[in-house]
Write a protein that binds this ligand. Structure first.
Ligand SMILES: *[C@@H]1O[C@H](CO)[C@@H](O)[C@H](O)[C@H]1NC(C)=O
Length: 240
């Protein structure tokens, strides 16, 4: 009894400490033409400054407890961006002989948010990771036609190794015969990277009747074995 209590207590201590390790990040980054100010928690974007819309955006869905950085969040981001750009000018002068580090994306993945059901609204996701510097450009096509304007892309999120990841999303309704593509451009790539999403091919790779047929055959063979075993057992007993 005592041992059980001790184990329970220990596991509680462990779960509390595991629970207490959250990773809160804030990044401010800039280039000559671009900038980013973002707050993240445990790999998720909590809020970022949209310098085109001149607003601070909270991209989490409404069921997540809302976090707010207050009224001044956007103004603060603008001020930080200005400081970043000033520092960048100084750095560009002082480090002008040091070549820029460049890492091409290590992976590009295309997949759907939800299980594919024909005629039902879904989201195609193009996830790019492992690149430096940020950002990447992601463009989309549907049956060869550009549909990039209908897509969205989040701000670059840093990985633990100092590279970045970005995710672009495209609302779509899966229909047989439609083929989508997402194309990624990055400073370190001489040729863009393209991933294809073929609705038909993707639906065929779903596990259909195959496994259930095998399961049915397996069960039948198994039951036959039990019946045969029982038969011989009874026969054997009759003989003795
Ligand atoms: C991304 O797109 C912008 C605007 O079209 C362009 O200026 C920039 O060079 C592109 N970046 C890359 C890495 O291709």
């Amino acid at each position: 009894m005592k041992m059980k209590e001790l184990l329970l207590f220990l596991s509680c201590v462990l779960c509390v400490s595991a629970d207490g390790q959250h990773e809160d990040i804030g990044i401010i980054a800039c280039s000559d033409s671009d900038g980013e100010m973002m707050y993240g928690l445990d790999g998720e974007e909590i809020g970022y400054a949209d310098f085109n819309k001149q607003k601070f955006i909270y991209p989490q869905p409404p069921f997540v407890n809302p976090i707010s950085y207050g009224e001044g969040a956007y103004g603060n981001a603008v001020a930080q961006l200005q400081i970043c750009k000033q520092n960048l000018k100084v750095d560009q002068h002082d480090f002008r002989d040091i070549p820029l580090e460049r890492n091409a994306p290590s992976a590009v993945m295309i997949y759907t948010r939800d299980e594919v059901k024909f005629g039902e609204k879904n989201t195609l996701i193009c996830h790019v990771t492992g690149f430096y510097p940020a950002p990447v450009n992601v463009s989309w096509t549907k049956n060869g036609q550009k549909v990039t304007e209908e897509s969205t892309i989040n701000v670059p999120y840093p990985n633990k190794d100092g590279t970045f990841k970005q995710t672009s999303r495209l609302q779509f309704t899966p229909e047989l015969g439609d083929v989508y593509s997402c194309t990624v451009q990055h400073l370190a790539l001489t040729q863009s990277l393209t991933k294809i999403y073929d609705v038909q091919a993707s639906s065929q790779s779903d596990p259909g009747v195959g496994p259930s047929v095998f399961c049915g055959v397996g069960l039948t063979v198994g039951l036959f074995g039990v019946a045969a075993g029982t038969f011989f057992l009874i026969k054997g007993n009759e003989c003795s």
